[in-house]
Design a protein. Structure first.
Length: 261
């Protein structure tokens, strides 16, 4: 059964509170559930415990980065929790630059630049699209109980969105999202070469089965690829049916025609 949609934790410094409210409003308008410490009642006695509980219940942390955020003990603690507990982290560069605003824990993270009005618009569009696609990947994973990762990449190998269910044991010490993207790109490259060499036309769909799981790769239109893994697959036909249904919202977001599998 699908689990309850958990919230997006917004991490920010007090100096960026007005910007946080603007970002929160945009996420809310797109039906994305958020949590900030402004939701705590005035006079909350166990403020730190309440924030800890909100972090534990979060699926995603969005860090609003600035020089003030970089020096904030609260922001550092929230990012550290998300990093240690493997929450997906989306980093928004709100003020400053890489040197003055990005904390060490996010050195390797992809930054979404929102430092001026034009960048804010395109950056927030990217964030919202990534979060909505991640949510659709979560719903797709919920329909395949043993799924242990989901990812969408461009045919150039760039990560678009990914989802790894909570409770899945870490497979790599490096970034899980980067690992999903790299393996998806490797599978796409191998599939394209094999199909091409054997004159099978254009690569559309691939399956790799191991003794501990099965990996699926589905080409979405001409620019994107969905890759996911499942520990137990009793029926390939049932997976194909789930894919045809579950890919519809993703295809609409990506604005590509329904793939034929």
């Amino acid at each position: 059964m699908p689990h309850e949609i958990n919230h997006i934790f917004l991490s920010y410094s007090r100096e960026d509170a007005e910007l946080m409210r603007r970002i929160r409003s945009i996420l809310k308008d797109n039906k994305l559930k958020t949590w900030t410490d402004e939701q705590l009642m005035l006079g909350t006695l166990n403020r730190e415990e309440a924030i800890q509980k909100a972090l534990e219940e979060a699926d995603v942390l969005v860090a609003i980065l600035s020089p003030d955020a970089k020096t904030s003990k609260e922001v550092a603690s929230e990012i550290n929790y998300a990093y240690v507990h493997r929450l997906d982290i989306y980093a928004l560069l709100a003020r400053g630059d890489y040197t003055t605003a990005v904390p060490p824990k996010l050195d390797d993270s992809e930054l979404i630049d929102i430092t001026d009005s034009d960048k804010f618009q395109t950056g927030m569009q990217k964030l919202v699209l990534n979060l909505l696609m991640r949510e659709q990947l979560r719903l797709l994973a919920d329909s395949i109980p043993t799924a242990y990762f989901m990812g969408i990449i461009s045919v150039d190998g760039l990560r678009i969105a990914s989802y790894i269910p909570k409770g899945v044991k870490s497979i790599r010490k490096s970034s899980e999202e980067d690992w999903v993207s790299a393996m998806s790109a490797a599978m796409l490259g191998l599939g394209e070469r094999v199909v091409s060499e054997l004159r099978g036309g254009l690569y559309k769909f691939g399956v790799l089965k191991g003794d501990a799981g099965t990996i699926f790769s589905v080409v979405l239109g001409e620019e994107y690829v969905l890759t996911f893994g499942a520990r137990e697959v009793k029926s390939l036909d049932s997976i194909l049916v789930i894919l045809q249904q579950g890919c519809q919202p993703l295809l609409k977001m990506l604005e590509v025609p329904t793939p034929k599998i």
